[in-house]
Each structure stands twice: as structure tokens, then as C-alpha cells.
Write a protein that binds this ligand. Sequence first.
Ligand code: PMP
Length: 416
Amino acid sequence: MVSATSLQEDTALDWEAIFATRSGRMRASEIRELLKLLEQPDIISFAGGIPDPALFPKEAFREAYASVLADGSAGAALQYSTSEGFPALRDWVMGQMTALGVACRPDNILITSGSQQALDYLGKLLLSPGDTALVTWPTYLGALQAFNAYEPRYDQLTPMHGNRTPAAYREAAEKAGGQVKFAYLTPDFANPTGETLDKAARERVLDLAEELDIVVIEDTAYQSLRYDGTAVPSMLALDVVRHGDIDATRTISCGSFSKTLSPGLRMGWICAAAPVIRKLVLMKQASDLHSPTINQMAMHHVAEHAFPDQVEKIRGAYRHRRDRMLAALGRHMPDGVSWTRPEGGMFIWVTLPERLDGAELLARAIETARIAFVPGRAFHADGTGANTIRLSFSLAGDEAIDQGIERLGKVIRESL
Ligand code: PMP
């Protein structure tokens, strides 16, 4: 008798041969697989870098949706709307950007479905197959996934220590059959390292971009989550200082409401020179017409009524968790292990002794210590970084942090 499985195997199409080449680099991420572990109650997870739902401004959203669905506005809330975004929300973003040193107009803002959609659109807008994207090793995994669909080659930015010469980047890109198109970076409290670029490093990237005549994509997903230290002007703000007007800049800034108000509404924005926004509006139209009207209206309501208090509240909570995790790491990590001390965001980046492999350590940690984290290799476009891991402190309570880091120290010591 033929089993159902073998019948399936015999008759299944060779999908890989049918799919477009651009799908070849789309693979399940280690992080998505790991998120499933959060459902097991006895696991202490430092894996998913997501906001704590206990901190969401729930009452503000309840009020917002009730107000948006009230008689006067329900028709508009449930209707199609413009691809650029809900005007009042664009105005709110414009106000925020202006306060951060980026004087702009509504035609410099596009509302997107999360900043993840912004990264996808920018890959689509800027990358032809074989072009080069400059990223740090490590960088945000979701950015690599978004860009991968457009078949780029990656080259390494090292903004902290000075980058390579423009000629070196250009020659390597041409040798690979394309051009350098952009530098992508998260200057504040990066995912995965938690690190922040100082002003000199930001200026160096702008210098390089000017010499190569490329775009800078600035990801500001964690910018509002500063717990101490002094804010550094954004790359776009520095670019506006250089050129006097946003429409003369080359920096495209991607922002998000996910880490401050709610990731579930999928709401972000792009702020850039008007010609870039005009093109992206056409892309948005062709892709999903516009982000959900009702969510944009509700987000605007909450941003207007609750943003500063909400940011204050989550900063306090996450600052405490960061401090708790840093203290626990100090107590429990063996010699030879080092880690970052982020001034904000959600992540601490741990470097293990060279001979340890983060993925192997994770397997052992889950089995013997019931703790989870993210191995660092996936964040490296060149496949290095095997001896690194990412810890997120955003979801963990005091006891979980103390116990989890103690167990992590034990697993590392046993693996040495
Ligand atoms: N950029 C960075 C650096 C992130 O960490 C994330 C989410 N983890 C995103 C962008 C995407 O966020 P969203 O689409 O929810 O705005």
C-alpha cells in the first residue's frame, strides 16, 4: 500500500524550480522559530525582542477606537484612504521630526505598515540584483531578510572604527557586477547589539555616503527608548544641518510606533526628501493601497493623548530591567565573556570565548537549563559571529533575570 506521505513526495511539484530566483534567500529565521518557545511556561526566555504587553497603553487604545468609531468618524475610519497616510498622523510625525531637528513638511512623510514595510520598500526602490548594500556585522536580521528579496551583495560598514575608503567599496561592488546603493544602520540602541553610534561615527557614514553618492537608510526603531546618557542627533538631522533643507538630504529615516505604543497595529513611517516619498507613495499604492485607516486614526488619537507619558513609563520599566540584567551578568559570567552596556533599547550583546558556538549553547541551554536567547550568527551577513548571543531584557521580571542569567553562567561554564 502507498502511504499518504510517499504519495505526496512522489507527486509534489519541484517548487524551488518554479519559484523566482529572488525567493532563494528567503529562509525561516531562527528568531521566528524561537518565538514558539515563549509559549512553554517553564522556559525563561531572553529571546524575542518584543515590547512587554503589560506596558501597552490599553485604556488609551480603548478610548481611541471608541472615539474613532463614533458616529462622526466611523465612516471615514472604515473607508479606503490615501496612500500617503492619515493627514493628522503625518502631521504628528512631522511635529516629532521637527522637534528632533528635522524641519519637514507633510510631503516628506509616508505612513507605512510598520518600519519593516519601509525596509522592504527601500530594498525594492534601491536595489537591482547584484548591487551592494553596506551594513554592519551584525545588523538587524529583519533588514537582511527584507533586502535579500532584491538579491543584493553585502559589504561591511565599521562606523565605530572608521570605514574602508570609498574607492575600496566602489571597486568591490563593481567587481561583483553592481553598484553600492545604500548604507543601512540603526544608530541608537541597535538590534542586536544595543550599541549607539557617537556623532563622529554618524558623520563618518555621511561623509562616505557623499563620496560614494549613495543613500543612508537610518532605522530609528528604538530611538525613544533612551535610559541614560545624552541623545545624539539623528543621521537625518545631521544631514539637514549639512544641506539646510530635508529635500537636499540623502538620508532616509524609518520610524516606528511598535516599541513605544503598540507593534500590533503595524504602524511606522518614512521621513525623507519629497522626491523619495513621491516614488514610495506609488509603491505603497501598488502594494497595499494604504495602511489600515482605522489603525492610523486610533494611533493618532493615542499619540496625541498618551505619547509622552507612555514613553516615560516604558523607559522607567526597561531601564530597571537593563540594570538588573547587567548586574546579574556581572555576578554570573565567567572570565572570557564580555557584553555591551546599552544606554537604551531592549538588547545586550554577549561575546563568548571564540571556541563556543551560540547555536550549540542554545540547544544545551534549552535542554538543561530551560533558558532561551538568540544565537548571533543570523545577524551577520557574512555568516560569522558564531560565538555571540543576543539577550533581550524587555519581557523579563526581576526573578527571571536573576535566575536566568545565573543558569546561563552555569551553562557557559560547563561548555568551556
Ligand atoms: N528595525 C529594527 C531595528 C527592529 O528591531 C524592528 C523590530 N524588531 C523593526 C525595524 C521592525 O519593526 P516594525 O515593523 O514593528 O516597526
